[in-house]
Design a protein around this ligand. Sequence first.
Ligand code: IPE
Ligand code: IPE
Ligand code: MG
Length: 251
Amino acid sequence: MNGKSEHKLKHIPQHLAIIMDGNGRWAKKRGYIRSMGHKNGVDALRNIATYSAEIGIKYLTVYAFSTENWNRPKSEVKALMTLLVSSLKKELETLTKNDIRLTAIGDISLLPAKCRRELLEVMELTKRNQRMTLSLALSYSSRVEMVHCMKKIGQILLDGQIKISDIDEALVENNLFTFGMPDPDLLIRTGGEKRVSNYLLWQIAYCELYFSDKLWPEFEKEDLFRALQDFNRRERRFGKTSEQLQEENTP
Ligand code: IPE
Ligand code: IPE
Ligand code: MG
């Protein structure tokens, strides 16, 4: 399936968010250790990110490692961090070739120094790429993000730069890790679970949700295409009535 010539989708989400779940189960099913699942998950991400850029998605934000994932067995956390460093090195070429800018959301300061260095380097080297922004949610949890935001706003208030009445949605948004990004239009979770865990809780108001039973390493561009077809059948009403939307759309 070629992204440019074959897709016939009327609406392409500007921002697609994905919870890449199911790596461990994918490995277990095949008798491999869990880290093999994560390794194959990187291949799936490369394919999905490339396809997303081809079809015109501007922002792709993927849940790669949650704050809660730090509580996994030490050996798995270590394998994931090692994989992160090697993948960042390896994927720079794909990012550059596809004009993709890499960024990260989350508490990056908790990452091992080597990971952080590699991440910041790839972010710097891709910062002028224009076609799509790929954000890795790393050491990310939405609740931590909100607490972080509240502390920042509290400080601005204490410094006397704003009054209580100046606190509005825009100020909150400007102090989240996702500052400057539009809200996701579509959130896909693979792996069969029907929950959002701790992902982009502020940002997913009115986002369309799509759950796939496919495990992340086996999620292919055809699966993304199906999710996008489903997205195209949704009516996004943002609180209005269907009739109001129809009126708005008639010239
Ligand atoms: C998602 O896959 C990747 C990370 C959380 C790092 P999992 O590792 O959660 O895989 P399952 O859910 O156990 O199959
Ligand atoms: C969500 O997956 C986080 C990532 C995909 C990185 P988890 O496997 O950690 O989520 P829960 O615990 O099943 O909700
Ligand atoms: Mg999981």
